[in-house]
Design a protein around this ligand. Sequence first.
Ligand code: IPM
Ligand code: MG
Length: 358
Amino acid sequence: MTDKILLLSGDGIGPEIVGATERVIHALGHKYGYSYDLEHSLLGGCAIDADGDSLPQKTLELAKEADAILLGAVGGPRWDKVERAIRPERGLLRLRAELDLYCNLRPAVLFPALVNSSSLKSEIVSGLDLMIIRELTSGIYFGQPRGVEIREDGERYGYNTLTYTETEIERIVRSAFEIASKRSGRLCSVDKANVLEVTELWRDIVTEVSKDYPAISLEHMYVDNAAMQLVRDPKQFDVLVTSNMFGDILSDLAAMLTGSIGMLPSASLDDAAKGLFEPVHGSAPDIAGQNLANPIATILSLSMMLKYSLKEPDLAEKIEQAISTVLDAGLRTADISLADESTVGTDEMTTAIIDAMK
Ligand code: IPM
Ligand code: MG
């Protein structure tokens, strides 16, 4: 069967890292006979420039038809003044919502070769392998009402609304229990139930769902403490599950434990495990177009796509092996290099990974 993959390069370094990953897809074809069909479309700032909308109808249609979607990154200072409702980031949020990609998996895995690239001491992070599961289509990112207005006395005020329904909480929590069952059997649910009613509901539902998973050891933690614990002793965690905004913040934090946010992939899945796969990092406009970006987070996102959506775990394994090989051999892009190490660019790193694919 031929997999239909939609590529959305997006903005900033997006075209370089998606271009790099496209080369890896071609290599899967040459080396292992992988059969695929690629489409390209626009999302984010580039789509605003071309179509006046960050999520053009055509992109949405192609996304619905595809078996899986690979995204680079969206946004940049160039579109900061664009009307809020069509900003690049809104296009991405709408795509997540339209496709009901509520289950966001953000693994933070430290490659042994990078143990000294982390800002934390090597003994604290060596062997780190944790999975953050973030609810992605509800919470404060989507709650109504929202806006910025002017009061009668002339004072401006802004507001957003944090809402979750029972159903929305239950489905992400069940995904988390399922994933924890396939890993170490430990799950930590992160909330702010001491202050926010909606996360009190979150905590209640986690406790209810846990009755169906007696073998899982469950812990609840407030988000401020979780942030501290992630830096103090990250290996105490295996799977974390949390709401949209807490997950956004904690996943950037977890990324730094692994040395660079340039290393971390993500999967955003619907109920049928169809998904959008993207690096956790942003569009990095400051280094765009200079062959400096680390392509590994995007190439690892392809590997997650092969594993979770396209049911090609062996191909995913080949990619991960190749990345380990080049890192063990000392290849470094600027973001993961130490002061005295020489570095390679996006293209050289990609070529090395392809060459290392057995
Ligand atoms: C992420 C990003 C996005 C988010 C932005 C670009 C809208 O930070 O995927 O973590 O906040 O979800
Ligand atoms: Mg983020």
